[in-house]
Ligand binder design. Structure first.
Ligand code: FES
Length: 135
């Protein structure tokens, strides 16, 4: 019964549907189609687009796992948000470098770990340097 229905769809209804479609003889004929003719073509075009996508999908680049997009890999992971406050008036030396790569072992102060990170990844991150004006 089911196979009979599938057979009827493939052998009778599908060819009749395709015969009724307003497919132009040339590429330029698509430009002359009316809106209603385009609407009649939409289901077929949708199916063809879906089949095309399913065909090329195995060859598309895979999405990176969410873990790869983490910036902070190990600093204060127990906190929902890492926040550091420093009063500028308390700066003792003329220059202080703060880490922006999240790889410093002395975070939030830069320990130059960004150099290794940049070399390994091709990234270009560096510290925030606060300079104290000496009057
Ligand atoms: S160690 Fe992170 S910016 Fe220098």
């Amino acid at each position: 019964m089911v196979l009979e229905s599938v057979s009827r769809i493939i052998k009778v209804q599908l060819p009749a549907y395709l015969k009724r479609l307003p497919l132009p003889e040339t590429i330029g004929g698509f430009a002359r189609l009316t809106v209603s003719e385009w609407l009649r073509l939409l289901p077929l075009l949708g199916i063809l687009a879906l089949l095309g996508y399913l065909t090329i999908r195995p060859f598309l680049p895979k999405r990176k796992k969410q873990r790869d997009s983490l910036i902070n890999l190990k600093i204060q992971k127990e906190n929902p948000k890492v926040v550091n406050e420093i009063d500028i008036e308390d700066l003792n030396s003329a220059n202080v470098c703060y880490c922006r790569c999240w790889r410093s072992k002395t975070f939030p102060v830069c320990d130059k770990s960004h150099l290794k990170h940049n070399e390994l990844t091709g990234d270009n991150v560096g510290p925030l340097i606060l300079k104290k004006k000496i009057l």
